[in-house]
Write a new protein. Structure first.
Length: 521
C-alpha cells in the first residue's frame, strides 16, 4: 500500500431509537430528534447537527418524565452528530463528538468503531487500532472493525495482523469482496501475483458486482523471485507468531504451488504439521528435501523425532544412520544417534556415538556432558570428570553441570574441588536445599565446621526433616565445643524414623541421573 493513499472508512449508523419511542411524541426532544434524522437521511448534515444539538438541550431543560433519556440514547445522538461532521470532512470536530459518545456510554461498540475511523482519518493509526479493538471486544462479529483493522495494519506494513483481520472480516461477512480485494493488493504490492490473483478472483466470486476502488496500488511491482519468496516466509512467520497456524500453512501451500522446489518451505511446513501432530503429512514434506539441500539433515532429524514419538526407535535410528552415511561429519546426527542408542539400551554403541559427536563438536558443552554421563553409566568416573570439566569450561554458567561435577568430585573424596563447584552453584541458586547440604558436607570433610554450620542450618530452615543435615549439624556443633546444642540436634535426629532419613548421596545420584536422562530426550 502506498503511503499517499488516504485511509478513510465510513462511519457506522445505528437503528437509532428502536424501543425508545416513549419520549418521542409530544416533546421538544422528540421533535428535534425526528427533524435531525430526516435532515441526516437527506444529507443535509449542517441542519441535522443543529436539530440533534437541540434534542440534547431539550433533554436537559424539559421537565416531563417522557423527555428523560438514558446514557445509551444520549451517546447515540453524539454519535450521529459526529457522523454528520465526518461526512463533511470535519474530522477534528467529529472526533470530539465520538469521544463524548464513548465517555457517555462505554459499551456502545459502534461509537468506539467510529472513534477509530476518526483517528484513522487523521493518520493516528495506533489510536485507531486501539479503538477498533475495543469495538471488537464489545462486538466480536463487527465486520467493519475487522476490515478496518486489516486496513490499518496493512498501512503499517504488519502483514500478519492485516491478513488475519481481513480473513476474520471474510468470516464475519462471507459475501464481502472488499477484504479479499485488499488482501490481493497486499500480496500484489510484494510481487506475490499468484496469491493476489487468487484473492481478486475470490472477491469477484463472492460479490460479482464488486467494483474495485481507485487506488494507486494496482501498479505491478517488479521483484525478484527471491524477494517474493521472502514475502511468503515473512507472512507465514507473522501468522505463526500470532498462533494462526492453519493460515500459515495456507501460505506455505500457496508458495509451494508457485515454487514446488522451495525446500525451505517444505521444511517449515513439515515443522508446522509436526507440531500439530499431523505426522504423516509432515513426513511427506520432509522426504521431498534432497540430500544436497541444507535442510536435509534437519528434516531427517525431525523425521527421527517423529518415529521416536510414535514409539518406533529402530526406525528413528535407521533414518539417522542413513543420513550419517551421506553426511558423516555432522556432529548433531551422532548426538541424536547416541541418545537413541541409550534409549535402546545399547550402551557401548551409544558411548561410541557420543565420542564421535565430541570429535565433530569440540565446542559443544552438551556433547561433552552426555559423553560424561555415559562414562558414569559404564562406571568410568575419571573419564566422566574429564568430560564434565570440559563441559563446564565451555558453559561456565551452566550451573546444573557444575552441580553434577561437584557431586562426582565428592564421590572421589576431592572435597576441595567439590566445594569450589558447589559454591559457584550457590552464587546463582542460593536457596537450593541440596546444593547447600552438599557444600556443608564438603566443609565437614575439610574439617571446617564453622563454614558447614550455617549451610546445614539453612537446609533445616527449608526442610526441618532433613535427617542428615540434623546429624551433621549436631556433629559440627560438637566439633566447635557447643556440647548442649550439638546433643540437641542429635536427639532430634534420633527421633526421626529411618524412613524419613533422606540419603543425600542417593538423592544427588538420582538428581544426576535424572538430568542425564532428560538431556537424552
Amino acid at each position: 500500500m502506498t503511503g499517499s493513499e488516504p485511509l478513510i472508512f465510513m462511519p457506522l449508523d445505528l437503528d437509532t431509537f428502536s424501543g425508545s419511542e416513549r419520549f418521542m411524541a409530544g416533546t421538544r426532544l422528540g421533535a428535534a430528534f425526528s427533524q435531525g434524522i430526516r435532515a441526516y437521511l437527506r444529507a443535509a448534515y449542517a441542519d441535522a447537527i443543529e436539530h440533534f444539538k437541540a434534542a440534547l438541550i431539550a433533554a436537559y431543560v424539559e421537565g416531563e418524565e417522557q423527555a428523560q433519556i438514558y446514557d445509551r440514547e444520549r451517546a447515540i445522538i453524539y454519535l450521529y452528530i459526529g457522523n454528520a461532521l465526518a461526512f463533511q470532512d470535519e474530522w477534528d470536530t467529529a472526533l470530539r463528538e465520538y469521544l463524548e459518545s464513548v465517555q457517555t456510554d462505554a459499551q456502545l461498540a459502534e461509537a468506539h468503531y467510529n472513534l477509530g475511523v476518526a483517528f484513522a482519518a487523521q493518520g493516528h493509526f495506533d489510536r485507531a487500532i486501539s479503538a477498533f479493538k475495543v469495538a471488537l471486544d464489545l462486538n466480536g462479529a463487527l465486520y467493519e472493525a475487522h476490515f478496518s483493522l486489516g486496513r490499518c495494519y496493512q498501512r503499517l506494513d504488519d502483514a500478519g495482523r492485516a491478513y488475519i483481520h481481513y480473513q476474520q472480516a471474510c468470516d464475519a461477512r462471507p459475501q464481502a469482496a472488499e477484504p479479499r480485494y485488499y488482501m490481493g493488493l497486499m500480496h500484489q504490492s510484494h510481487g506475490a501475483y499468484e496469491l493476489a490473483q487468487r484473492c481478486f478472483t475470490e472477491a469477484l466470486r463472492v460479490e460479482p458486482t464488486f467494483v474495485s476502488p481507485e487506488v494507486e496500488d494496482q501498479v505491478l511491482v517488479d521483484r525478484s523471485e527471491a524477494e517474493v519468496s521472502q514475502w511468503y516466509y515473512r507472512l507465514s512467520d507473522d501468522l505463526k507468531a500470532q498462533g494462526y497456524e492453519e493460515e500459515a500453512d495456507r501460505i506455505y501451500r500457496a508458495l509451494l504451488q508457485w515454487r514446488p522446489d522451495e525446500q525451505r518451505a517444505h521444511y517449515l511446513r513439515g515443522n508446522l504439521l509436526a507440531r500439530a501432530r499431523r505426522f504423516e503429512t509432515a513426513m511427506e514434506e520432509y522426504v521431498r528435501i534432497p540430500p544436497q539441500n541444507k535442510y536435509y539433515v534437519d528434516a531427517r532429524m525431525r523425521m527421527s523425532a517423529i518415529y521416536k514419538l510414535l514409539q518406533k526407535p529402530r526406525d528413528a535410528y535407521s533414518v539417522l544412520f542413513e543420513c550419517a552415511k551421506i553426511h558423516p561429519t555432522n556432529g548433531r546426527l551422532f548426538l541424536s544417534m547416541g541418545k537413541l542408542l541409550y534409549d535402546m539400551s545399547k550402551t557401548a554403541p551409544a558411548v561410541r556415538a557420543f565420542e564421535r559427536a565430541v570429535q565433530l563438536l569440540p565446542r559443544d558443552p552438551q556433547a561433552h556432558y552426555l559423553l560424561g554421563f555415559m562414562y558414569t553409566v559404564i562406571g568410568n568416573e575419571s573419564w566422566a570428570i574429564a568430560a564434565w570439566r570440559k563441559a563446564v569450561e565451555l558453559a561456565p554458567d551452566a550451573h546444573s553441570l557444575r552441580y553434577d561435577l561437584g557431586y562426582m568430585y565428592l564421590r572421589r573424596a576431592r572435597h576441595d574441588l567439590a566445594a569450589h563447584e558447589f559454591a559457584q552453584v550457590l552464587r546463582f541458586w542460593p536457596e537450593d536445599v541440596e546444593t547447600n547440604f552438599m557444600l556443608g558436607l564438603c566443609y565437614k570433610e575439610l574439617l571446617e565446621p564453622a563454614h558447614a554450620i550455617p549451610l546445614f542450618e539453612k537446609v533445616l530452615r527449608r526442610n526441618p526433616r532433613h535427617a542428615q543435615a540434623l546429624y551433621y549439624l549436631g556433629a559440627a556443633y560438637l566439633q566447635i565445643g557447643n556440647i548442649s546444642l550439638g546433643k540437641a540436634y542429635l536427639r532430634r535426629y534420633d527421633h526421626l524414623s529411618s524412613s524419613d532419613r533422606p540419603a543425600a548421596a542417593g538423592k544427588s545420584a538420582a538428581r544426576l541421573r535424572a538430568r542425564g536422562v532428560s538431556l537424552m530426550r
